[in-house]
Design a protein around this ligand. Structure first.
Ligand SMILES: [Zn+2]
Length: 434
């Protein structure tokens, strides 16, 4: 079980971390003029930590965020969706604590010593996920198959057919790819009971697709809500909806703020998440704008765990501008998902924005088992796009767009991040407007 701290205890831990952070020149400067946070208003007066600050000040670019010399540490990297790699340093003890919390989360979703776990996470590039996978599977005492996602997917499939894992851990992008191949070649996975994903959100349509490919008996679960910078921010019990997480209050101080009104969001109100890891002392992360939105459900969980329930509501700023309107990438995702499964069409896609003769050109590339056959369904994707994004229909009718093309490409051919293995959803080739 995860320990639960009350409001006073959370503030006290935050305050201790604030004191520790004073040893780092960066925080000394950042919090100059702020009183020691003895109550919540004083805590909320501490300026949030931005991604840019973390990027500019983290070791080895600068040692200004460290409270101790960078010895006896492990360095990991976060690719992030912006393409800016941020490095995270943790002492080996802090790393162990991060892994202990993750293992606890995995146990709660039913992974135990009798499982065979295929670790299909990404290794290399300082990326922590594959190594973390190793640590947590070891803590659980399950059989570990360290296959990784770094090898050809056909080889992943071969190992999985030979060793018959009961649990697979990977990214949604890879599960979609595995499901596409399994559907194409009618490969069954009768022993597989749990697909645990991390790193990206998996929508209901994608979950259906993965189940179609890997087996209707398969349970699909987020491994946890986590980040390299802050570690475990949320875990699921058996009663949590797919986007709901308990916050481990003894490990992470999570705030949901209405940033425009500069006040905490009330129960059910969506705001931006600020996270403070209570265990990371060598390079503290205090009130970090993690880039996600969410709300407190405000209701106790039927499982009886008193740690509060957080409902995630997507990325803050994961959108693009069309004319004057912001279009959420989630709308594009829903349009593709509405057609996924037809003619071997995969949910994996990339939207490319370009400038052609001073007009916006949109090209949506979608992976498919048989791109030629799928091309006949292109009009359906366009219809879905227009249904999900009314601004797009208007822009087309008024000829504001240079073109809107849907192209199908072979499975696995869209650009993946070398660090995270995620398909790049949006590629903006336009010159940035100031
Ligand atoms: Zn619960």
């Amino acid at each position: 079980m995860f320990q639960c701290l009350d409001e006073d205890q959370r503030l006290e831990r935050g305050r201790e971390l604030w004191r520790t952070a004073q040893a780092a020149p960066f925080y000394c400067r950042k919090f100059a003029g702020c009183a020691e946070p003895r109550d919540w208003p004083a805590w909320r007066a501490l300026p949030p930590l931005t991604r840019q600050e973390l990027y500019d000040n983290a070791w080895p670019r600068s040692g200004e965020m460290l409270t101790q010399p960078p010895e006896g540490m492990i360095v990991t990297s976060t690719g992030g969706t912006t393409g800016m790699a941020r490095y995270t340093v943790l002492t080996h003890d802090e790393w162990d604590r991060f892994c202990d919390e993750q293992a606890r989360a995995l146990r709660l979703i039913g992974v135990g010593p009798s499982d065979r776990v295929a670790n299909l996470l990404v290794a290399g590039s300082l990326w922590p996920s594959f190594l973390g996978g190793h640590e947590i599977i070891k803590r659980i005492g399950a059989l570990h198959l360290p296959i990784s996602a770094n090898i050809p997917v056909e080889t992943v499939l071969r190992f999985c057919r030979e060793f018959r894992p009961t649990v697979m851990m990977s990214l949604p992008t890879l599960f979609v790819f595995l499901a596409d191949l399994a559907l194409k070649d009618a490969i069954p996975f009768p022993e597989l009971r749990l697909v645990g994903y991390a790193g990206e959100h998996m929508s209901p349509a994608v979950r259906d697709h993965v189940r179609r490919g890997l087996g209707e008996q398969v349970e699909i679960h987020a491994l946890a809500y986590t980040s390299a910078d802050a570690g475990l921010m949320g875990y699921q019990c058996m009663r949590c909806a797919p986007n709901e997480y308990h916050v481990p209050t003894a490990f992470q101080l999570v705030e949901i703020m209405d940033m425009e009104r500069e006040r905490p969001a009330g129960p059910g109100e969506t705001g931006e998440l600020l996270v403070t890891n209570l265990a990371r002392r060598s390079q503290p992360v205090i009130r970090y704008r993690i880039g996600d939105r969410g709300s407190w459900t405000g209701s106790p969980c039927p499982c009886g765990d008193p740690n509060p329930l957080l409902r995630l509501a997507g990325r803050a700023g994961d959108d693009f501008k069309l004319g004057g309107a912001y279009i959420a990438m989630g709308a594009v995702e829903q349009a593709v998902e509405a057609v996924a499964g037809v003619a071997g069409i995969s949910p994996n896609h990339t939207l490319i924005l370009a400038d052609e003769e001073n007009r916006l050109a949109l090209e949506l590339r979608v992976e498919a088992g048989d791109p030629v056959a799928a091309q006949r369904e292109a009009f359906r994707v366009v219809e879905e796009l227009e249904a999900h994004i009314p601004e797009l229909k208007v822009a087309r009718a008024r000829e504001y767009l240079a073109r809107l093309d849907v192209r199908f490409v072979p499975l696995g051919s869209l650009e993946r991040s070398p660090v995270t293995g995620k398909v790049r959803r949006l590629e903006d080739r336009r010159v940035e407007e100031k």
